[in-house]
Design a protein around this ligand. Structure first.
Ligand code: NDP
Length: 480
């Protein structure tokens, strides 16, 4: 069986302990490769390599750094099919989605930050005739980047690209559940001529490799995307060490649909915001609030459309929903359907595992699920489910829907559907979330700040925000 390797100091290497763990293909529910079960020894080797590479990489002209990262982006584009197939097999997502979104976006992340660094300028503040201040921004050193399984290469590259472009070196850990495209990326880094030690990828378990990165004394920066519980654990370790910390965490996003929306657009986009990537996107709208005047019409049309979605082999062109990422995750998601029923909810469609035939008979599939009749403050409506399960609820007034939308501990993204621009603006201003989409969903301009409030995270990624995070400013004040 194929063994994935760590990428340390420019080479593909076995873990020091020579131990491996199983890597599953969720669409068939079977092991198809082995992942290094790395530990703190591997993290230490990676950190030493990254430290050794830092002085030269940070002093490399940014134009040269940019060229190497753009070459990496081109190589990803040239390998689109291979990467998309690998992502789909590792994660269970439809191949069409990986081809259209995940892999192009990974290439775009490298291109965006490679060119962005050429435009990044420092600030100067003049105090009339008294003094002038200028602020430099220097790369910090070795950055730890830890990413989740839902958009594996997309989110992995979203961290690595700005960290490297601005002159840091990196020790990165992809999710143990979806390591494969990060492994393929390490092969391309060698081909692109990335100097050894600049990027190091250590595979393995969160509580071993992730924890070793978090507590390593020579890694002063941690950029983490994942669950809120893990984020809190990382903050507990990294906080007292005064590390720079960026946390992109969970969400329980509201989708607010007013009577005066463009009905067909709201309906079509809500299908995507509910079930894209099997509902496993931190930005999916899992609580759908529909104004009373169109509630029944919207609910019935939404249920009818959902019943027509195809749950199937991720490699089939007609598949809308592939497999969820793992058996434990499938069981967790289905346990929320049981909880919803205990809490008084009615399952309008879905609510069960889907058993496919043939090679996929042991895969982990869930029917897209819509639940009605729940109180806004019950557990189902407050906790992140992270699967193809949404709830739908009517509302009457703006005040009422804002109170319900803002009632969770999360605050990542919200979607608002209305033709009334004043109302859209008013509601957007009062939503407790880092991102608000009006009459659209997941429309991303990579220059904009990305991140959440409350338990959805600390800090912002995206655009120059990422460069600010991955640098230390120094102000120099010169008396004139
Ligand atoms: P986890 O928090 O379980 O894991 C995220 C990463 O952290 C993985 O690489 C994991 O490794 C690692 N990890 C686990 N435990 C530790 C630890 N103690 N110390 C350091 N690292 C650790 O999240 P999931 O992978 O389950 O991803 C889903 C979550 O991510 C959802 O809550 C989702 O909302 C959130 N998310 C947030 C986004 C945002 O931008 N705000 C975007 C996408 C997802 P391993 O896999 O080996 O356990």
């Amino acid at each position: 069986m194929e063994k994935i390797k760590n990428y340390i100091n420019g080479e593909l290497v076995e873990p020091v302990g020579k131990e491996y763990i199983d890597n599953f293909n969720p669409s068939i529910g079977a092991v198809y490769s082995l992942i290094p079960d790395s530990d703190e020894q591997d993290v230490d080797l990676a950190t030493k390599a990254a430290q050794a590479a830092f002085p030269a990489w940070s002093k490399t002209p940014k134009e040269k750094r940019a060229r190497i990262l753009q070459k990496l982006a081109s190589l990803i584009e040239n390998n689109l099919d291979r990467f998309a197939e690998a992502e789909s097999r590792d994660n269970g997502k439809p191949l069409s989605l990986a081809k259209r979104v995940d892999i192009p976006r990974a290439a775009a992340n490298f291109n965006f930050y490679a060119t962005g660094v050429l435009h990044y300028a420092s600030e100067a503040h003049q105090m009339e005739d008294t003094a002038i201040n200028y602020t430099t921004r220097e790369p910090i050193g070795v950055c730890g980047c830890i990413s989740p399984w839902n958009l594996p290469l997309y989110l992995f590259s979203w961290k690595i690209a700005p960290a490297l472009a601005i002159g840091n070196t990196v020790v990165a850990k992809p999710s143990e559940v979806t390591p494969y495209t990060a492994y393929l990326l390490s092969e391309l880094c060698i081909e692109a001529g990335l100097p050894k030690g600049v990027l190091n990828i250590v595979h393995g378990l969160g509580h071993k490799v992730g924890a070793a990165i978090t507590k390593h004394t020579d890694i002063p920066v941690i950029s983490f995307t994942g669950g809120t519980v893990t984020g809190a654990e990382i903050a507990r370790t990294a906080g007292p060490m005064f590390k720079k910390l960026s946390l992109e965490l969970g969400g329980k996003n509201p989708n607010i649909i007013f009577d005066d929306c463009d009905f067909e657009k709201a309906l079509g986009t809500t299908m995507h915001s509910s079930f894209a990537n099997q509902g496993q996107i931190c930005l999916c709208g899992s609580r759908i609030f529909v104004q009373r005047g169109i509630y029944e019409k919207f609910r019935d049309a939404f249920v009818a459309k959902t019943k027509k979605l195809t749950v199937g082999n991720p490699f089939d062109e007609g598949t809308n929903l592939g497999a969820v990422v793992s058996q434990p995750h499938m069981e967790k998601v289905l346990s929320y359907v049981t909880l919803a029923q205990e809490e008084g909810g009615t399952v309008l469609t879905g609510g069960h595992q889907v058993k496919l035939e043939g090679e996929q008979e042991n895969g982990w599939y869930i029917a897209p699920t819509i639940i009605e009749g729940l109180a806004f403050d019950c557990r189902t409506n407050q906790e992140e489910i992270f699967g193809p399960v949404v709830t739908i609820m009517p509302f009457d007034t703006i005040e009422e829907v804002l109170a319900m939308a803002n009632s969770t501990k999360y605050g990542l993204a919200s979607t608002v559907w209305t033709q009334d621009i004043t109302k859209a603006h008013n509601v957007a201003a009062q939503l407790h979330s880092g991102i608000v989409w009006v009459n659209t969903w997941l429309l991303r301009d990579l220059r904009t700040p990305f991140g959440g409030v409350k338990a959805s995270g600390v800090g912002r990624e995206g655009g120059f925000n990422a460069f600010e995070f991955f640098t230390e400013p120094k102000n120099v004040c010169i008396k004139l």
